[in-house]
Design a protein around this ligand. Sequence first.
Ligand code: ADP
Length: 263
Amino acid sequence: VSPYEELDPLVRRLNEQQVELKARMDRIMDADVMRQEFTANVTHELKTPIASISGASELLRDGFVRLEDVRDFASRIYDDAQRLSSLVSDILMLSKMDESERVGDQALFGEPQDVDLLSVAQDVVDRLQDRACKANVTLRVQGANVRVSGYPRLLDELVKNLCDNAIRYNRTGGSVHVFVLPVNGHPTLRVTDTGVGIAPEDQPKVFERFYRVDKSRSRASGGTGLGLAIVKHAAALHGATINLSSELGRGTTITVTFPSEDR
Ligand code: ADP
């Protein structure tokens, strides 16, 4: 046997290992690029309201604001402070979700419990009724008591973000319907709105962090650009799938399907 033939399997194994190593490096680099992009976006999103708060409060402090404009300035400062607060909560929520997926440990969200999805939805709808009323949007919930095994805080966050959006991107006089029902044994949550809709090319992107179709509409109505990213993670942590169907100018329906109850 020639010594080269003996070397053959060794060389092949080395090649395979090299390919595998390269793939692993690529995955690490991709995750790193995503982390860097996220940090850059977070910095930018935080800097904007901070700059606006410092500018407005400086003008107030130095007496450059006419008396009749003081209320307007104060309310701008208040809105920006609220935006900072929502951003910080959403960023913390996402980083906790990332951590939980990374270490494969959902214990960060407590023990999974037997949760009634309909009562979670009813609770959220009650809390958002005021906001819906101000936007002149009817907000209703209906369905049956279906139980899922999950994390109450995350389920609340999931339903809240979907309803928030359904109100935010609606039209005046429009409506939002929340349905909770079993479909083929799967607990299912469906949020339907009569709003602006999402173009087909934007539909796959809206679940990305900080992706917004209309930046000014999102910001003006208190959006952080992180709501659907949180929904995506919350669904994944429950083994649930998300389906989006939407038509521009007509409205959007988002359906979340949970694993079957008798799994
Ligand atoms: P935001 O805080 O901007 O609402 P999200 O992550 O919740 O961030 O949503 C991302 C983008 O997807 C929004 O900026 C908006 O353009 C679009 N979007 C989300 N939900 C809806 C909806 N129900 N109808 C129309 N557009 C929506």
